[in-house]
Design a protein. Sequence first.
Length: 181
Amino acid sequence: MLPRFLPRGVCPVALAALLSLLAACDGHGVRLRASWDGPKAGKLKAPAKVFWCTRAMRLEIEAIRDDAGVALAVYPADSLRPGRYEGFNPAVYPMQRPGSAAAARWFTEQEVKGYQSDSGSAELSRGEDGYRLRFGYRMIEVNLVDTLRLTGEVTAFTPGACPLDSSPDSTGNAPDSTGSE
């Protein structure tokens, strides 16, 4: 018997489908797994947000758990395609197409540690269950003191719409829906 707050005619199968969709939205879907070595080894397993930003032509992936976070950006030449995207240092090269960049941060008792990619690569592939991204980067601390190696993957994802694509540009205008700038 269904609970009284549900309208008549709601099928238990539809209710089960809805609950499974809600569970997927609750972070049990796409996950990022990453590990790093260096001055202090660590790892991160967390739900990931994945966006395709049409205006910027950039794939964005971010995952945060507790006090640690990893973010990745893939910059294809013209459209999102499977392949190898060489890593670059965004402080030296603001954007490299095709290319990729990564950032990682976590808190210690004394400071916030922040790292950005210096070199490495991301390998994007596509299968029946969506895209998969494997990555490996040499990361450099933002204060240029330490380096570490960040590796990991994000599996079975389909990028969602980028929140920045629906926000007004710097002039306050909404994006052009025809795709022209």
